[in-house]
Ligand binder design. Structure first.
Ligand code: NAP
Length: 530
């Protein structure tokens, strides 16, 4: 029986490289790879060896006859993809590991960030060279969006962290957590201690709607909401309130995967979330939540929605939640087949049952309210008509944007570090990877190919010898410098202590971990105090 790839596919193509018959596509060399939601196994070519399932970092691959519940459709989805994309599974040109010139010595590379793009960068450097790596993060815990972005009910996606843990434990890697580059150490100081510095800092800010009332109390960016339920320690426990009667309806603006995550978390039975690593404060708030209805607001139609099909299908199947489409706009699309159409009246209170309303072709023109909080969203339809949706909580989920990094050039149009192919403009020996390089799009696995491109550029420069500056100071000098600025910096030993504390607390509650949600709590655990 052939294997099939399911919803949690992370697109990092680990499965592609181990498949002995090249039956998983699109491969990173094929044009569709840049746009595909997920990868697919051709059942006609699969030889049932299971190598892909073993290699998958997120447990997304199963024999078709073992698919259960909502996952059963993935047998057909994998097969059907090949109907539209016929493929003879021919191998591309072989590639060989790079050999660096003799006498180059170990490269010293600093990687700023510890999220997925940093993890893939360090993995690639350690795998292909004898490089010594310094990894830094402003928070006293690793993971970036893997810890603070991926939704708590997507535990299998978080399993990629296990492969990065191997990278973090490599004896050639030294870690400094709780150290902010640009504040505690400057770019020039990092550059003086390394041949190369790679920025893997993501896109930390939220995009702005630019409409009146955007910053009223009760209007939150999704970046805050997501960090709140994921226990990001800079977001306070009371950043989100769900217990007010005005929160019975929540409007989520945007139609991407983050909007889907936010809607799903708001509508999921908290008992199901209780088995995850959701922040304790978020679980308590969700248990006391008055939310009964979430309106997902899109300015364009369903065919243009930015969510991936698999994430939307999972949202449609949320137990105990009615999903309906507002009938006022043109909202026909195969993905919506079978969903009831309703005449949605935003001026009235929410309907009785827990429900999700999908409203398309509706552009928010203002958030209405006063210092006491938001009371509604004024919406303009494609027809030019306006109406107001009553709500006391708005989550603006319209994407992320990068923020300038002190000492680095910034491209205001793309909201990324200014670069060419990962080489930062005008700063030899400085590189960028991930969302800080590509802009805020693509799931975790997209960072693997991105990291390869940046590391290739770095190694090309190293091979040319003249293109990388020689470090003026040693690793010991850097250690002294960082400790003088941040005596409370943390390394691997302290990170392990945090991990142990969180897992031990989790075991007692039948959860993967109970996350420590404040910086003082993380630092206390780092010192070995439970
Ligand atoms: P996104 O995919 O860029 O989606 C942004 C959404 O906001 C789009 O629907 C966009 O609509 C809308 N939007 C933008 N400006 C707007 C405006 N002024 N008014 C109204 N709507 C506006 O961003 P995201 O959801 O933050 O996701 C970021 C990346 O992370 C994506 O690649 C996503 O797939 C990935 N991610 C993946 C997962 C997963 O795989 N499970 C989970 C979370 C995030 P228009 O199309 O009309 O511009």
């Amino acid at each position: 029986m052939a294997y099939a790839i399911t919803r949690t596919c992370c697109n990092d193509a680990s499965c592609v490289s181990v498949c002995p018959v090249n039956c998983i596509h699109p491969t990173p060399d094929e044009p569709e790879f840049g746009t595909t939601d997920m990868l697919y196994i051709d059942p006609a070519a699969c030889i049932d060896c299971g190598a892909c399932a073993d290699a998958c970092p997120v447990d997304a691959v199963f024999p078709v006859d073992r698919l259960r519940g909502p996952d059963t459709m993935y047998g057909d989805l994998n097969r059907d993809w090949y109907r539209d994309h016929p493929n003879d599974h021919a191998w591309g040109a072989p590639t060989f590991p790079r050999s660096l010139p003799d006498g180059l010595g170990p490269l010293r590379v600093a990687v700023v960030g510890t999220g997925p793009s940093a993890g893939y960068t360090a993995q690639e450097l350690l795998r292909t060279t004898g490089a010594e790596i310094t990894m830094l993060d402003r928070l006293p815990v690793t993971g970036g969006l893997l810890r603070h972005g991926v939704a708590p009910d997507h535990q299998s996606t978080k399993r990629i962290a296990e492969s990065f843990a191997g990278v973090f434990h490599d004896p050639r890697l030294r870690m400094y957590l709780n150290v902010e580059v640009g504040t505690d150490v400057t770019h020039d100081e990092l550059a003086a201690h390394h041949h190369a510095v790679v920025y893997a800092v993501g896109a930390a800010a939220d995009r702005r709607l630019g409409i009146p009332g955007e910053d009223l109390p009760g209007s939150l960016p999704a970046t805050t909401f997501v960090r709140w339920y994921n226990a990001e320690p800079t977001v306070p426990a009371d950043a989100v309130t769900l217990s007010a009667s005005s929160c019975e309806r929540v409007v989520v603006i945007g139609n991407g995967n983050v909007a889907v995550d936010v809607a799903r978390i708001l509508l999921t039975d908290p008992d199901r979330l209780a088995a995850t690593d959701i922040a304790d404060h978020a679980l308590a708030a969700l248990r006391g939540s008055r939310v009964r209805e979430v309106v997902l607001l899109a300015r364009r139609g369903p065919a243009e929605a930015a969510w991936t099909r698999s994430e939307f299908l999972a949202l449609r199947q949320l137990p105990g939640v009615e999903v309906a489409v507002d009938s006022s706009g043109d909202s026909s699309a195969p993905l919506l087949d079978g969903l009831p159409q309703v005449r949605f009246d935003g001026s009235a209170g929410p309907a009785g049952a827990r429900r999700l309303v999908l409203r398309f072709h509706s552009t928010p023109s203002a958030l209405i309210g006063d210092d006491g909080g938001v009371t509604g969203v004024a919406v303009r339809r494609a027809t030019g008509e306006e109406d107001v949706i009553r709500t006391g909580l708005v989550v603006r989920s319209i994407g992320h944007r990068g923020v300038p990094i002190p000492g680095l050039p910034f491209d205001g149009t793309t909201e990324t570090v200014a670069h060419h192919g990962g080489r930062v403009d005008g700063l030899p020996g400085t590189y960028v990877v991930g969302w800080a390089k590509r802009g805020a799009s693509g799931g975790i696995g997209a960072n693997r190919a991105c990291a390869r491109e940046t590391v290739d550029a770095l190694l090309d420069d190293a091979t040319a010898r003249t293109l990388l500056p020689t470090p003026a100071a040693t690793r010991k000098d850097l250690d002294r410098l960082i400790r003088s600025r941040r005596p409370d910096t943390m390394g691997l030993k302290e990170l392990r202590a945090v991990d142990r504390t969180e897992r031990t607390r989790g075991e007692a509650e039948g959860r993967p971990r109970v996350k420590l949600a404040t910086i003082p709590d993380l630092l206390t655990a780092a010192r070995g105090k439970p």
